[in-house]
Ligand binder design. Sequence first.
Ligand SMILES: [Zn+2]
Length: 198
Amino acid sequence: MEPYRFCPRCGAALEHLPMSGRLRHACVQDGCGFVHWDNPLPVLAAVVEYEGKLLLARNAAWPEKMFALVTGFMERDESPELGVARELKEETNLDTVSASLIGVYEFMRKNELIIAYHVRAEGEIRLSEELAEYRLVAPENMRIWNAGTGFAVADFLERRGLPVRFFDRATGLDIPDPRRPTDFSLVAASLQYGIDQK
Ligand SMILES: [Zn+2]
């Protein structure tokens, strides 16, 4: 997202100020106090199990062979479980029987945080206009894209003892498992302005 140039609260020009370890766009007008923290936005994602298979969908705006999980933004006053069930209903007409958390994943490219659920669903599939087509894939045949929601699929399959096979979306070729343990030594490096400059 483009950073704000003007304060959405009072209209003054925003300035770059070091706050809580980073430069932030902040308003310096007396009594305003607006700061654009630019925190990641939570996105809900569903690994949908339907009639023993996993449902992947292609967004109408995407290239021919690009399929992914059903995803959507949370609404205000909504729990993530109900949000993922609502998205699934809106986009596929399927009814959620259960939703259990798989995990939480970074998606830094879009400044989003993915909250991924395993959703058992039933009903009749009818796609919204947002989606062009869907596929039902046997879990043991899943090939996983190397980004965001792909890591949720990998964890889902791994916990069931199923093969975890990643591929490169650009080339279509298999690639080694790209997942790495989190390197907590990066915490200090991420604080560009020290922890004392609150
Ligand atoms: Zn302001």
